[in-house]
Design a protein around this ligand. Structure first.
Ligand code: NAP
Ligand code: ZN
Length: 352
């Protein structure tokens, strides 16, 4: 065992605060890493505040992790001490069900092990995430990073926001000639814009924040629609092949379904604490439209996404914060005031 230092929530209403806990000694198949940067996902906030009513306290969030390998087990072959690596939303899964065999560990029939909020395979113990000094992770859930070291902080958000948008864009075969909508310009949304544009799609960004228009165009959108403006919405009726909806709050889905053309699909990524108002069946049946969902992405696909982003020069647009600024970052995220991902510089943990 080694003692790790981190930041934890101890109840839905408590502010995150310093917390010490044990990490296991690396086993033969484990990689140990010092956490250098950790992105701040809206899921961290949902979990810290028990908005999904499944939080095990104390809770150490953080699943957009980049760091440097400090030790490897005897049987580890892919990584060595000194390598830059990433860890995303999962640290384990059963490894024997059909989805696991297909590289879809996020849909493990026996439940994957979250990087935080567990449960650990076998022991059922709670897991503690990346708002911490170091981690010990099974090799098969560690990702290689080929971006330049100078980009490391901005690579961290790829481990969740990147893969969560890349996976459905691939699943629905987005590419040249496709008109693709991205709803919400936050952490996920801004990665969706960059990745869909790199895949060759005509990207339209939907936002509730008119002041994000210029940024959306800079990030790769060809058009921007303020979704609260009915006329701007109506101009795009029945014209989209695919829409990726990243909004973290309940809203009227019919307004976006109406923008899909025949056989178009809208995939939901946002996981609000309370349900969306039910969409109208007519929104779906009149044009054989589909409403879908998607959960992060598998480990193989996460590596593919990291390599795709490295090749296309894609990183996240970030604002680096100190660990003790996490509550301010959460409050700003709730006000849609994030450009476009907060990343904690873990070197600031000692001072905190
Ligand atoms: P975020 O950075 O807070 O971005 C969400 C964006 O949604 C906001 O920036 C805002 O964009 C828009 N928005 C917020 N409130 C809204 C409202 N009331 N009506 C319309 N739009 C609103 O959050 P995130 O980290 O990208 O995460 C988004 C959601 O995805 C969260 O619920 C998170 O838990 C979930 N998530 C799901 C997965 C998955 O595997 N499916 C993975 C990671 C995260 P504008 O200002 O442009 O309107
Ligand atoms: Zn996340």
């Amino acid at each position: 065992m080694t003692q790790a230092n981190g930041y934890a929530a101890t109840s839905p209403s408590a502010r995150l605060a310093p917390f010490s806990f044990d990490r296991r000694t690396p086993g033969q198949l484990d990689v140990a890493l010092d956490v250098l940067y950790c992105g701040v996902c809206h899921s961290d906030l949902h979990t810290a505040r028990n908005e999904w009513q499944n939080t095990v306290y104390p809770s150490v969030p953080g699943h957009e992790i980049v760091g440097r390998v400090t030790a490897v087990g005897d049987l580890v072959s892919k990584f060595k001490v000194g390598d830059l690596v990433g860890v995303g939303c999962m640290v384990d899964s059963c490894q024997h069900c059909a989805p696991c065999a297909d590289g879809l560990e996020q849909y493990c029939e026996n439940g994957f092990t979250g990087t935080y909020n567990g449960p650990e395979q076998g022991t059922g113990a709670n897991t503690y995430g990346g708002y911490s000094s170091h981690m010990v992770v099974r090799e098969s859930f560690v990702l290689g990073i080929s971006h330049a070291e100078a980009d490391l902080a901005a690579v961290a958000p790829l481990l969740c926001a990147g893969i969560t948008t890349y996976s459905p864009l691939r699943q629905w075969k987005v590419g040249p000639g496709h008109k693709v909508g991205i709803v919400g310009l936050g952490g996920l949304g801004h990665m969706g814009v960059k990745i869909a544009a790199a895949m060759g799609a005509h990207v339209v960004l939907f936002t509730t924040s008119a002041n994000k228009r210029e940024d959306a165009l800079r990030l790769g959108a060809r058009e921007v629609v303020v979704s609260r403006n009915a006329d701007e919405m109506a101009a795009h009726a029945a014209s989209f092949d695919f829409i990726l909806n990243t909004v973290a709050a309940p809203h009227n889905l019919d307004a976006f379904l109406a923008l899909l053309k025949l056989d178009g699909t809208m995939t939901l990524l946002g996981a609000p604490a309370s349900p969306h108002p039910s969409p109208s069946v007519f929104s779906l049946i009149m044009k054989r439209r589909r409403l879908a969902g998607s959960l992060i992405g598998g480990i193989k696909e996460t590596q593919e996404m990291l390599d795709f982003c490295a090749q296309h020069g894609i990183v996240s647009d970030i604002e680096t914060i100190r660990m003790d600024e996490i509550e301010t970052a959460y409050e700003r995220m709730l006000k849609s005031d994030v450009k476009y991902r907060f990343v904690v510089d873990m070197a600031t943990l000692k001072a905190a």
